[in-house]
Design a protein around this ligand. Structure first.
Ligand code: NAD
Length: 324
Protein backbone atom coordinates (compact mmCIF):
# COMPACT_ATOMS: atom_id res chain seq x y z
CA UNK A 1 0.00 0.00 0.00
CA UNK A 2 1.44 3.46 -0.84
CA UNK A 3 2.46 5.53 2.18
CA UNK A 4 0.20 8.43 3.06
CA UNK A 5 2.08 11.63 2.18
CA UNK A 6 3.08 14.21 4.77
CA UNK A 7 2.15 17.74 3.75
CA UNK A 8 1.82 19.82 6.90
CA UNK A 9 4.15 19.98 9.89
CA UNK A 10 3.54 21.10 13.48
CA UNK A 11 6.47 21.80 15.80
CA UNK A 12 5.72 21.93 19.53
CA UNK A 13 8.34 23.83 21.52
CA UNK A 14 10.28 26.62 19.81
CA UNK A 15 13.51 26.52 21.82
CA UNK A 16 17.01 25.50 20.75
CA UNK A 17 15.80 22.51 18.70
CA UNK A 18 12.27 23.53 17.73
CA UNK A 19 13.18 26.68 15.83
CA UNK A 20 15.75 24.70 13.83
CA UNK A 21 13.11 22.11 12.87
CA UNK A 22 10.78 24.87 11.65
CA UNK A 23 13.54 26.13 9.35
CA UNK A 24 14.42 22.66 7.99
CA UNK A 25 10.83 21.91 6.96
CA UNK A 26 9.91 25.38 5.68
CA UNK A 27 13.16 25.51 3.67
CA UNK A 28 12.02 22.37 1.84
CA UNK A 29 8.57 23.80 1.07
CA UNK A 30 6.42 22.43 3.93
CA UNK A 31 3.93 24.69 5.72
CA UNK A 32 4.93 24.68 9.39
CA UNK A 33 2.99 25.60 12.52
CA UNK A 34 5.34 26.58 15.32
CA UNK A 35 3.88 26.39 18.82
CA UNK A 36 5.18 27.46 22.22
CA UNK A 37 3.73 28.74 25.46
CA UNK A 38 4.31 32.48 24.87
CA UNK A 39 4.39 35.01 22.04
CA UNK A 40 7.71 36.26 23.35
CA UNK A 41 9.37 32.85 22.91
CA UNK A 42 7.89 32.50 19.43
CA UNK A 43 9.17 35.96 18.47
CA UNK A 44 12.65 35.03 19.70
CA UNK A 45 12.50 31.79 17.70
CA UNK A 46 11.52 33.66 14.52
CA UNK A 47 14.45 36.05 15.04
CA UNK A 48 16.84 33.10 15.37
CA UNK A 49 15.38 31.55 12.21
CA UNK A 50 15.81 34.86 10.38
CA UNK A 51 19.46 35.05 11.48
CA UNK A 52 20.15 31.45 10.46
CA UNK A 53 18.61 32.06 7.05
CA UNK A 54 21.08 34.97 6.73
CA UNK A 55 23.95 32.56 7.46
CA UNK A 56 22.56 30.01 4.98
CA UNK A 57 22.31 32.69 2.28
CA UNK A 58 25.91 33.73 2.96
CA UNK A 59 27.13 30.15 2.48
CA UNK A 60 24.96 29.31 -0.52
CA UNK A 61 22.51 26.94 1.16
CA UNK A 62 19.53 29.22 0.55
CA UNK A 63 18.97 31.66 -2.32
CA UNK A 64 18.31 35.25 -1.19
CA UNK A 65 15.09 35.40 -3.20
CA UNK A 66 13.65 32.47 -1.20
CA UNK A 67 14.01 34.07 2.23
CA UNK A 68 10.56 35.68 2.49
CA UNK A 69 8.81 32.57 1.18
CA UNK A 70 10.59 30.39 3.77
CA UNK A 71 9.62 32.74 6.58
CA UNK A 72 6.02 33.02 5.36
CA UNK A 73 5.55 29.26 5.42
CA UNK A 74 6.05 29.32 9.21
CA UNK A 75 2.97 30.27 11.24
CA UNK A 76 3.46 30.81 14.95
CA UNK A 77 0.75 30.13 17.50
CA UNK A 78 0.39 29.73 21.27
CA UNK A 79 -2.74 27.62 20.75
CA UNK A 80 -2.02 23.88 20.56
CA UNK A 81 -5.29 23.07 18.77
CA UNK A 82 -4.53 25.60 16.02
CA UNK A 83 -0.94 24.34 15.77
CA UNK A 84 -1.87 20.73 15.03
CA UNK A 85 -5.00 21.43 12.99
CA UNK A 86 -4.55 19.55 9.70
CA UNK A 87 -1.00 18.48 10.57
CA UNK A 88 0.33 15.19 9.18
CA UNK A 89 3.51 15.20 11.27
CA UNK A 90 3.76 16.62 14.79
CA UNK A 91 7.27 16.88 16.25
CA UNK A 92 7.71 17.86 19.88
CA UNK A 93 10.78 19.57 21.31
CA UNK A 94 9.64 20.52 24.80
CA UNK A 95 11.89 19.97 27.86
CA UNK A 96 13.32 16.51 28.58
CA UNK A 97 10.88 15.67 31.39
CA UNK A 98 8.93 12.42 30.99
CA UNK A 99 5.74 13.68 32.70
CA UNK A 100 5.67 16.82 30.51
CA UNK A 101 6.03 14.79 27.33
CA UNK A 102 3.39 12.25 28.46
CA UNK A 103 0.97 15.07 29.25
CA UNK A 104 1.64 16.69 25.86
CA UNK A 105 1.05 13.42 23.96
CA UNK A 106 -2.23 12.91 25.88
CA UNK A 107 -3.35 16.40 24.82
CA UNK A 108 -2.16 15.90 21.24
CA UNK A 109 -4.00 12.63 20.66
CA UNK A 110 -7.54 14.07 20.32
CA UNK A 111 -6.37 17.36 18.74
CA UNK A 112 -4.17 16.06 15.89
CA UNK A 113 -5.79 14.36 12.87
CA UNK A 114 -6.08 10.56 13.38
CA UNK A 115 -3.51 9.84 10.67
CA UNK A 116 -0.95 12.31 12.05
CA UNK A 117 2.36 10.97 13.30
CA UNK A 118 3.25 12.09 16.84
CA UNK A 119 7.04 12.28 17.06
CA UNK A 120 9.28 13.13 19.98
CA UNK A 121 12.77 14.61 19.80
CA UNK A 122 13.60 13.22 23.24
CA UNK A 123 17.34 12.83 23.82
CA UNK A 124 16.99 9.56 25.67
CA UNK A 125 13.52 8.80 27.05
CA UNK A 126 11.53 5.90 25.57
CA UNK A 127 8.59 6.44 23.25
CA UNK A 128 6.84 3.39 24.76
CA UNK A 129 6.74 5.34 28.05
CA UNK A 130 5.92 8.70 26.49
CA UNK A 131 3.02 7.23 24.50
CA UNK A 132 1.76 5.08 27.42
CA UNK A 133 -2.02 5.19 27.68
CA UNK A 134 -2.59 6.55 24.16
CA UNK A 135 -5.45 4.97 22.24
CA UNK A 136 -3.26 4.84 19.10
CA UNK A 137 0.39 4.32 20.15
CA UNK A 138 1.22 2.91 16.71
CA UNK A 139 1.62 6.47 15.41
CA UNK A 140 4.06 7.55 18.14
CA UNK A 141 7.78 7.49 17.36
CA UNK A 142 11.10 9.10 18.22
CA UNK A 143 12.84 11.25 15.64
CA UNK A 144 15.98 12.34 17.47
CA UNK A 145 17.86 15.20 15.81
CA UNK A 146 21.26 16.53 16.73
CA UNK A 147 21.91 20.19 17.57
CA UNK A 148 22.05 22.32 15.38
CA UNK A 149 19.29 20.36 13.61
CA UNK A 150 19.27 22.68 10.58
CA UNK A 151 22.82 21.54 9.77
CA UNK A 152 23.61 18.10 11.24
CA UNK A 153 22.54 15.47 8.67
CA UNK A 154 21.78 12.44 10.88
CA UNK A 155 18.42 11.86 12.60
CA UNK A 156 17.83 8.75 14.72
CA UNK A 157 14.50 6.94 14.35
CA UNK A 158 13.47 4.83 17.33
CA UNK A 159 10.27 2.82 17.57
CA UNK A 160 8.34 1.94 20.70
CA UNK A 161 6.76 -1.45 21.43
CA UNK A 162 3.67 -0.45 19.47
CA UNK A 163 5.00 1.86 16.75
CA UNK A 164 3.84 0.60 13.35
CA UNK A 165 6.11 -0.14 10.39
CA UNK A 166 4.05 2.37 8.43
CA UNK A 167 4.81 5.17 10.90
CA UNK A 168 8.55 4.41 10.77
CA UNK A 169 8.48 4.25 6.96
CA UNK A 170 6.63 7.58 6.68
CA UNK A 171 9.13 9.30 9.00
CA UNK A 172 12.05 7.76 7.10
CA UNK A 173 10.68 9.10 3.81
CA UNK A 174 9.96 12.54 5.27
CA UNK A 175 13.48 12.88 6.67
CA UNK A 176 15.04 11.92 3.35
CA UNK A 177 12.82 14.49 1.64
CA UNK A 178 14.26 17.27 3.80
CA UNK A 179 17.81 16.10 3.12
CA UNK A 180 18.47 14.18 6.34
CA UNK A 181 19.94 10.71 6.77
CA UNK A 182 17.70 8.57 8.99
CA UNK A 183 19.40 5.97 11.19
CA UNK A 184 17.09 3.25 12.49
CA UNK A 185 18.00 2.25 16.04
CA UNK A 186 16.72 -1.31 16.35
CA UNK A 187 16.35 -1.43 20.14
CA UNK A 188 14.64 1.15 22.31
CA UNK A 189 17.69 1.56 24.55
CA UNK A 190 18.05 4.71 26.70
CA UNK A 191 20.06 7.36 24.85
CA UNK A 192 19.69 5.46 21.55
CA UNK A 193 23.02 5.52 19.72
CA UNK A 194 24.10 9.13 19.63
CA UNK A 195 23.71 9.98 23.29
CA UNK A 196 25.19 6.69 24.50
CA UNK A 197 28.34 7.60 22.57
CA UNK A 198 28.25 11.31 23.39
CA UNK A 199 27.66 10.79 27.12
CA UNK A 200 30.49 8.24 27.42
CA UNK A 201 32.92 10.86 26.14
CA UNK A 202 31.23 13.64 28.17
CA UNK A 203 31.62 11.72 31.45
CA UNK A 204 35.32 11.21 30.83
CA UNK A 205 35.83 14.84 29.72
CA UNK A 206 34.22 16.16 32.93
CA UNK A 207 36.14 13.65 35.03
CA UNK A 208 39.41 14.93 33.54
CA UNK A 209 38.33 18.51 34.25
CA UNK A 210 37.26 17.77 37.84
CA UNK A 211 40.45 15.90 38.64
CA UNK A 212 42.70 18.58 37.14
CA UNK A 213 44.08 16.52 34.25
CA UNK A 214 43.79 19.51 31.91
CA UNK A 215 41.95 22.82 31.42
CA UNK A 216 38.47 23.05 29.88
CA UNK A 217 39.99 24.73 26.81
CA UNK A 218 42.54 21.96 26.29
CA UNK A 219 39.99 19.18 26.80
CA UNK A 220 37.78 20.77 24.14
CA UNK A 221 40.80 21.32 21.87
CA UNK A 222 41.86 17.66 22.04
CA UNK A 223 38.38 16.71 20.84
CA UNK A 224 38.18 19.42 18.14
CA UNK A 225 41.73 18.98 16.88
CA UNK A 226 42.21 15.22 17.32
CA UNK A 227 39.38 12.88 18.37
CA UNK A 228 36.51 14.82 16.78
CA UNK A 229 38.66 15.95 13.86
CA UNK A 230 39.26 12.36 12.83
CA UNK A 231 35.76 11.25 13.82
CA UNK A 232 34.25 13.49 11.15
CA UNK A 233 35.66 10.97 8.68
CA UNK A 234 36.29 7.73 10.61
CA UNK A 235 33.89 6.27 13.16
CA UNK A 236 35.29 4.52 16.25
CA UNK A 237 35.06 1.05 14.73
CA UNK A 238 36.78 2.12 11.51
CA UNK A 239 39.38 3.96 13.59
CA UNK A 240 40.25 0.75 15.43
CA UNK A 241 40.42 -1.17 12.13
CA UNK A 242 42.89 1.43 10.81
CA UNK A 243 44.87 1.49 14.06
CA UNK A 244 45.03 -2.30 14.49
CA UNK A 245 42.61 -4.31 16.64
CA UNK A 246 45.51 -5.93 18.54
CA UNK A 247 46.67 -2.46 19.62
CA UNK A 248 43.13 -1.43 20.52
CA UNK A 249 42.76 -4.63 22.56
CA UNK A 250 45.91 -3.82 24.55
CA UNK A 251 44.83 -0.20 25.09
CA UNK A 252 41.38 -1.41 26.19
CA UNK A 253 42.84 -3.89 28.65
CA UNK A 254 45.18 -1.25 30.13
CA UNK A 255 42.75 1.67 30.22
CA UNK A 256 39.20 0.46 30.85
CA UNK A 257 39.86 -0.33 34.52
CA UNK A 258 41.14 3.24 34.97
CA UNK A 259 38.39 5.22 33.23
CA UNK A 260 35.57 6.98 35.05
CA UNK A 261 32.63 4.61 35.55
CA UNK A 262 30.48 6.77 37.84
CA UNK A 263 26.70 6.31 37.69
CA UNK A 264 26.07 9.84 38.98
CA UNK A 265 25.79 13.02 36.94
CA UNK A 266 29.24 14.69 37.30
CA UNK A 267 29.50 16.96 40.38
CA UNK A 268 30.86 19.89 38.36
CA UNK A 269 27.81 19.76 36.10
CA UNK A 270 25.42 19.62 39.06
CA UNK A 271 27.21 22.56 40.66
CA UNK A 272 27.09 24.80 37.55
CA UNK A 273 23.38 24.09 37.03
CA UNK A 274 22.66 24.84 40.71
CA UNK A 275 24.37 28.23 40.20
CA UNK A 276 22.10 28.99 37.21
CA UNK A 277 25.01 28.62 34.79
CA UNK A 278 23.22 26.75 32.01
CA UNK A 279 25.57 27.60 29.14
CA UNK A 280 24.80 29.95 26.27
CA UNK A 281 21.14 30.35 27.23
CA UNK A 282 22.13 32.10 30.50
CA UNK A 283 25.37 33.65 29.22
CA UNK A 284 27.69 31.34 31.20
CA UNK A 285 28.52 27.67 31.62
CA UNK A 286 32.01 26.21 31.42
CA UNK A 287 32.85 29.44 29.55
CA UNK A 288 31.17 32.86 29.56
CA UNK A 289 29.19 34.25 26.63
CA UNK A 290 28.50 37.99 26.64
CA UNK A 291 25.75 38.68 24.02
CA UNK A 292 28.10 40.04 21.35
CA UNK A 293 30.54 37.15 21.73
CA UNK A 294 27.69 34.65 21.66
CA UNK A 295 26.28 35.90 18.36
CA UNK A 296 29.75 35.64 16.79
CA UNK A 297 30.26 32.17 18.27
CA UNK A 298 26.98 30.88 16.86
CA UNK A 299 27.84 32.31 13.43
CA UNK A 300 31.29 30.78 13.57
CA UNK A 301 29.86 27.40 14.70
CA UNK A 302 27.37 27.44 11.82
CA UNK A 303 30.00 28.56 9.29
CA UNK A 304 32.36 25.73 10.20
CA UNK A 305 29.61 23.12 10.43
CA UNK A 306 28.27 24.15 7.02
CA UNK A 307 31.75 23.59 5.55
CA UNK A 308 31.79 20.20 7.22
CA UNK A 309 28.29 19.44 5.90
CA UNK A 310 29.50 20.17 2.38
CA UNK A 311 32.44 17.81 2.86
CA UNK A 312 30.10 15.14 4.24
CA UNK A 313 27.70 15.53 1.32
CA UNK A 314 30.61 15.20 -1.11
CA UNK A 315 32.01 12.01 0.38
CA UNK A 316 32.97 9.41 -2.16
CA UNK A 317 30.81 6.38 -3.02
CA UNK A 318 33.17 4.12 -1.06
CA UNK A 319 32.35 6.10 2.08
CA UNK A 320 28.63 6.25 1.35
CA UNK A 321 28.01 2.51 1.21
CA UNK A 322 26.09 1.14 4.19
CA UNK A 323 25.69 -2.49 5.13
CA UNK A 324 22.89 -3.67 7.39
P1 NAD B 1 14.64 24.34 25.15
O1 NAD B 1 14.55 24.50 26.59
O2 NAD B 1 15.57 25.20 24.35
O3 NAD B 1 13.18 24.52 24.48
C1 NAD B 1 12.02 23.91 24.98
C2 NAD B 1 10.84 24.79 24.59
O4 NAD B 1 9.63 24.10 24.93
C3 NAD B 1 10.81 26.12 25.38
O5 NAD B 1 10.75 27.20 24.46
C4 NAD B 1 9.56 26.01 26.24
O6 NAD B 1 8.90 27.26 26.42
C5 NAD B 1 8.72 25.06 25.40
N1 NAD B 1 7.69 24.37 26.16
C6 NAD B 1 7.74 23.90 27.43
N2 NAD B 1 6.59 23.26 27.71
C7 NAD B 1 5.81 23.33 26.61
C8 NAD B 1 4.51 22.86 26.30
N3 NAD B 1 3.79 22.14 27.16
N4 NAD B 1 4.01 23.11 25.06
C9 NAD B 1 4.72 23.83 24.17
N5 NAD B 1 5.97 24.29 24.41
C10 NAD B 1 6.50 24.04 25.62
O7 NAD B 1 14.93 22.79 24.89
P2 NAD B 1 15.69 22.11 23.65
O8 NAD B 1 17.15 22.14 23.91
O9 NAD B 1 15.15 22.63 22.38
O10 NAD B 1 15.24 20.58 23.87
C11 NAD B 1 13.96 20.12 23.51
C12 NAD B 1 13.98 18.62 23.43
O11 NAD B 1 14.95 18.23 22.46
C13 NAD B 1 14.36 17.91 24.72
O12 NAD B 1 13.67 16.71 24.82
C14 NAD B 1 15.85 17.65 24.52
O13 NAD B 1 16.33 16.58 25.31
C15 NAD B 1 15.89 17.34 23.05
N6 NAD B 1 17.19 17.55 22.41
C16 NAD B 1 17.93 18.65 22.72
C17 NAD B 1 19.18 18.81 22.11
C18 NAD B 1 20.04 20.00 22.45
O14 NAD B 1 21.25 19.95 22.18
N7 NAD B 1 19.49 21.09 22.99
C19 NAD B 1 19.65 17.88 21.16
C20 NAD B 1 18.83 16.79 20.85
C21 NAD B 1 17.61 16.62 21.49
Amino acid sequence: MPLRPIKKIAIIGAGIMGHGFALVFSQKGFPVSLHDVSEEILEKAMKSIDRTIGTFIRYGLIAKKDKERILKRITKTTDLRTAVDGADFVLEAIPEVLEMKQELFRRLEPLAPPHAILASNTSGLGITQIAKGLARPERAIIAHWINPPHIIPIVEIVRGDKTSDETAARVDRLLRKVGKIPIHVWKEVPGFLFNRLQLALYREALYCLETGVATAEDIDLVVKGAYGFRSAHLGPLETSDFGGLDTFLRISQNLYPKLCDSHEAPAILQSLVAQGKLGVKTGAGFYSYPPQVLRKKIQERDRRLIQQLKLFQNRSPVDRSRKR
